[in-house]
Design a protein around this ligand. Structure first.
Ligand code: PXL
Length: 269
């Protein structure tokens, strides 16, 4: 049977992030992509200004109709939620709309480069640390992993530090942790903790960093994993996808990456 995935994140009308990347990617992988939009923004928050319409008040209405129509989802992919009260809505979705054996993937999306994104605070981090106990797989970047565990964020570190972070995450959740943006030995990649088995998927570090790549990683990783790829292979394929997007993106395209060409090329393979 075809898989239905519910992705819960914002709709930034312009900016190649969240739903505008998740939907095309999940669909291209043959998944039926359903959405719970958490908010509608004019554009993402890395631009100078943005508008923000919180859709939380609509959630009850949406859920009541989903119940009446008997919808169930085989997987959930959570990205930028924006407000802590959306965490309750997410838990209600897991409780009420999970098909048997469904998979919950949570990308916490609230910080990077040692700092919280605008609009997030300690209360949000605490709520997210609580929500991830429900996940099967979490995809924090190293900054988010540090905020979630209370471990000091560092830019210079070794494997010992990374594994301390992985161990601390496993105190919060039984989920597999795939920590992204880990830099070791001149390479960049993911550190994975699956029930105490630690592995690394490292790739080339490109001299650029762009917005939205975490959202692209999350969608490709989840789609590859749902297609049956082992964790490390799904992470590797998602990383290579992101690297290809970064290489294809002109320097002046500052707000995201041109993932569309890479997706089109990959789906022809
Ligand atoms: O890419 C993560 C993201 C998603 N949605 C919105 C954002 C961000 C990161 O800043 O602003 C609205």
């Amino acid at each position: 049977m075809d898989k239905k995935i519910l992705t819960i994140q914002d709709l930034s009308c312009v900016g190649q992030c969240s739903l505008t990347v998740a939907l095309p990617i999940l669909s291209a992988y043959g998944l039926e992509a359903c959405v719970l939009p958490t908010a509608v923004l004019s554009n993402h928050t890395m631009f100078k200004t943005w508008s923000y319409l919180d859709l939380t008040p609509e959630v009850d209405n949406i859920y009541s109709n989903w119940k009446q129509n008997g919808f169930k989802f085989n997987a959930f992919l959570l990205g930028y939620l924006g407000k802590a009260n959306l965490m309750d809505a997410a838990e209600r979705a897991f409780d009420e709309f999970s098909a048997e054996g469904s998979l919950i993937v949570i990308d916490p999306v609230f910080a990077d480069n040692g700092k919280l994104y605008g609009g997030f605070d300690a209360e949000y981090v605490k709520a997210m640390a609580h929500l991830i106990r429900r996940a099967d797989i979490i995809l924090p970047n190293l900054t988010e992993a540090c905020f979630l565990t209370g471990i000091e964020y560092r830019t210079e570190y070794d494997k010992g530090y990374v594994e301390e972070v992985l161990a601390a995450l496993s105190e919060l959740t039984g989920a597999v942790a795939v920590v992204t943006g880990v830099e070791l030995g001149g390479k960049i990649g993911e550190a994975i903790n699956c029930g105490g088995k630690i592995s690394y998927v490292m790739g080339e570090k490109l001299p650029v960093s762009k917005h939205g790549t975490g959202d692209i990683f999350a969608s490709v990783f989840t789609a590859e994993y749902l297609a049956g790829k082992p964790l490390e292979e799904a992470a590797d394929r998602a990383s290579v996808f992101v690297q290809d997007c970064l290489r294809a993106t002109p320097a002046e395209h500052f707000y995201g990456v041109v993932f569309e060409k890479i997706l089109a090329a990959r789906s022809k393979k």
